[in-house]
Design a binder for this molecule. Structure first.
Ligand SMILES: Cc1ncc(COP(=O)(O)O)c(C=O)c1O
Length: 400
């Protein structure tokens, strides 16, 4: 059976992590991997997660299956977290339905299957660039993917006029994949005014927003990061939101995500959810409970919720503080590139805008690992490595 199969190449990011692990230089720095790291380079279990987990397990009386849509406390907590005050209105009108999924990836994949069921010829517009996993998750559900311009590598700004012009060409019913905040890989986020304009365009052209919300609370704040999602949910008839708790709860390996359908009315919303449940049944059937149980517990307990918000803001402040230090450090240490854009971006990622040759030189000569696209994870920078990182990046770009 297996002798017909070719050996496939490794995922480039995971493959690079393995090379990093084998690198025995003591001053090596991993800015490639896409997870949060604290100042010691650890991806910590949040204190509030330890507490919520303990209490959730103490109170647990069964390991029987939960409802197929997921844990009720988790789903209501996530709907409120994502939609804020408009959740109540949408919920009482039956216009919001939530499904628990294995991570944000599970939500993106199930959402794509529902889109394909609803419109077999559905085209999904995605930003250039976008997270490398969007293509396989959405494309393998049979949807057609078309790119819209998003980020200009030269000016380091969002090409908003070009983005709107491209989406003007979309057909009614096409889906537009948007990053709610902390755009991966660029860190360049839409302003409130740009979200407003995009909402208008989606309304007038009958485009369907498909919003990937993987980093709520990692950019400007829990509420601020939800601006675009809530604007669209308040003003448009229909959209999909795919959320992840990997980053903001640090629950990467527990695979915790949620898929929210906002529908025009009760019946179509329920129908969308039913298709998501059938799509889930055909593959993993039910999402894992453990991580969602912890999140549901925290979101419904005032003391733990407040503690979570404090821990989340300390992760966010660390990232934003490192952005400022990296930006200032690089601007002082070299004169070839203006790195001011780093401080105006949000979340863990930015494109440094350096060449592939310089990326490889940083890796080979100095053990500083960056993706070939020049995407860095700012959270990989710490008190102990920032001077080294700044000095070495400056040394390669200045020799150009
Ligand atoms: C843009 C984006 N969407 C979705 C995800 C999904 O993450 P997970 O499946 O781990 O929850 C990620 C994770 O890196 C991401 O960067």
């Amino acid at each position: 059976m297996f002798d017909h199969l070719d050996l496939l190449p490794e995922d480039p990011i995971l493959g690079l992590s393995q090379v990093f692990a084998k690198d025995d230089r003591s001053d090596k720095v991993n800015l490639a991997v896409g997870v949060y790291q604290d100042d010691s380079g650890n991806t910590p279990v949040l204190e509030v997660v330890k507490q919520g987990q303990r209490r959730m397990l103490d109170e647990q009386i069964s390991k029987a299956y939960i409802a197929q849509a997921g844990d009720v406390k988790f789903l209501s907590g996530m709907s409120e977290l994502i939609l804020g005050s408009i959740n109540l209105n949408l919920d009482s009108a039956g216009r919001v339905a939530a499904v628990q999924t294995p991570g944000g990836c599970g939500a993106l994949r199930i959402a794509s299957e529902v889109l394909g069921k609803s419109r077999p010829d559905c085209t999904v517009w995605v930003s250039t660039p976008t997270w490398a996993n969007h293509q396989p998750l959405i494309g393998s559900a049979g949807l057609t993917i078309v790119a819209y311009p998003y980020y200009d590598l030269n000016s380091k700004t969002i090409q908003f006029d070009d983005m709107l012009a491209a989406l003007e060409q979309a057909s009614a019913g096409d889906a537009v994949l948007l990053h709610a905040c902390c755009h991966n890989p660029t860190g360049a986020d839409l302003t409130s005014a740009q979200w407003d304009a995009l909402t208008k365009l989606c309304k007038s052209k009958d485009l369907f927003p498909f919003i990937d919300f993987a980093y709520q609370g990692f950019g400007q704040g829990l509420q601020e990061d939800a601006y675009g999602v809530r604007k669209m949910a308040a003003e448009l008839d229909e959209l999909i939101i795919s959320a992840s708790c990997s980053k903001n709860f640090g629950l990467y390996r527990e695979r915790v995500g949620a898929l929210l359908f906002i529908g025009a009315e009760r019946e179509s919303t329920a129908a969308a959810k039913s298709h998501a449940l059938v799509a889930a049944r055909r593959s993993y059937t039910m999402a894992p409970y453990h991580g969602a149980g912890i999140v549901g517990y925290i979101l419904h307990n005032a003391e733990l919720r407040a503690a979570w918000e404090i821990e989340l803001s300390s992760m966010r402040n660390r990232i934003n503080g490192m952005r400022k230090r990296l930006c200032d450090g690089l601007n002082q240490a070299q004169s070839t590139i203006d790195f001011s854009f780093i401080d105006g971006q949000w979340g863990m990622f930015s494109f440094l805008g350096i060449s592939k040759e310089h990326v490889l030189e940083l890796r080979d000569k100095f053990g500083i690992y960056i993706l070939e696209s020049s995407r860095i994870n700012v959270a990989g920078i710490s008190d102990s490595n920032i001077d080294y990182v700044v000095e070495k990046i400056a040394s390669v770009v200045d020799q150009a």
